[in-house]
Design a protein around this ligand. Sequence first.
Ligand SMILES: [Zn+2]
Length: 185
Amino acid sequence: MSCNSNLSRWGIARNMALVGYISQIIMIETGLTYKQIRRLYKELKDEGLTIFRKSHKVRGGATIIHSHTSKIEASLLMQLYFNITGKAALRSININALHSAYKLYSAVRSETLGMQRARWQMLDITDAWCLAQELRSGEAMIERCPSCKCNYFTSVNQRTSVNCPFCLSLPQASSTKKEATSTTV
Ligand SMILES: [Zn+2]
């Protein structure tokens, strides 16, 4: 491993830590060891930088998508991500695109009055990565509602119904993963 790539890995890890990713994901994305991540956290702390982390572990769609509102949260965030990456999201996780989508998601939420209520639970960046991972692995897809034409995120692991979270229509009976994702590009 050259000095340059070590430096860039360190830089990526540093940014990911500041955005709020948990160490497990930083290790997966950068290849750094747990010991190196501990050193990174200490370095950030010594610089007086604070790290906010809501999640403490990787969660699956079953835990993240447990209600009607959480399905809308996931749909909003992942649709923005998919719009930025296109079909590349089905092959690998794009950390930069995920970060951009997360910023847009935060902005939309803060402008939407109804989403300030307690039953709306904002997803964090670790959740975003977990959902992107499901999209990449084919466990989840972006479906287009035949009725209201909105796109929404749907995971094989979710605990809610498969209906469109916006208008509650059923998904297209004939849709397959491939067709559903290609309609959004
Ligand atoms: Zn709909």
